[in-house]
Design a protein around this ligand. Structure first.
Ligand code: AMP
Length: 210
């Protein structure tokens, strides 16, 4: 099964994807994580990506499409987290033949509180929330023991831009997949564990052998 998970920044895409990775062994491909890894390389391209992420803008489609395609090459069970984020990206991955698109619907008002409490582990793969999804030991990742950090683009200015881009660029992708009959809209407002549980039940109904 090939899945895409979309939603505004802070909607819980990463948390739901991590659960699907742990329970059903989906390969979790986070577009943001792939780009942050690239940005950490001190190459010219890495610096260009870093500058765009810091201000909350999308990186050029050919860069992210190439990174994702490389990652999923010859794989059949994966979840693309935060990708595609624009209609041109969606057109560029038609050949992947995505089965379902999960859309985590969360009103903008709820997102602001989620951002302020969000923490990610230093390895960059596991996400937490100080109030809604705290780690077992304060400041330490449950899974890899690395310290928890606040993302450099979780600043009020970058968040505003990321939300603006979600509405202008990514909402049309949601409509694009709705027209193709692939969209599943999920209420992303409840606590992350509840949303993840709801998603698991929906997927198990689609494919009981998951
Ligand atoms: P995320 O971790 O999903 O919140 O993504 C963090 C940042 O990475 C975004 O604000 C963008 O700058 C960049 N990014 C993530 N996914 C994409 C994508 N599909 N296309 C372009 N830029 C992206």
């Amino acid at each position: 099964m090939k899945l895409v998970i979309l939603g505004p920044p802070g909607s819980g895409k990463g948390t739901v994807s991590e659960q699907l990775e742990r329970e059903f062994h989906f390969l979790h491909v986070s577009a943001g994580e792939l780009l942050r890894n690239e940005a950490a390389q001190k190459t010219e391209e890495g610096q260009k990506i870093n500058a765009l992420i810091t201000v909350g803008k999308l990186v050029p489609p050919e860069i992210i499409v190439a990174l994702v395609k490389e990652k999923v090459k010859s794989k059949r069970k994966y979840i693309l987290d935060g990708f595609p984020r624009s209609v041109d990206q969606a057109e560029m991955i038609k050949d992947l033949s995505i089965d379902k698109v999960l859309y985590l619907d969360v009103p903008d008002e709820l997102l602001v509180e989620r951002f302020t409490g969000r923490r990610v582990c230093k390895q960059g793969h596991h996400s937490y929330h100080l109030k809604y999804l705290p780690p077992k030991k304060a400041g330490i990742c449950d899974y890899d023991g690395s310290p928890l950090l606040q993302r450099s683009d979780d600043t009020p200015k970058a968040i505003k831009e990321r939300l603006r881009i979600f509405h202008s660029e990514t909402k049309p992708v949601i409509e694009y997949y709705r027209k193709k009959g692939l969209l599943m809209k999920i209420d992303g407002s409840p606590l992350p564990e509840i949303v993840a549980q709801n998603v698991k039940e929906i997927l198990q109904k689609l494919d009981p052998k998951l």
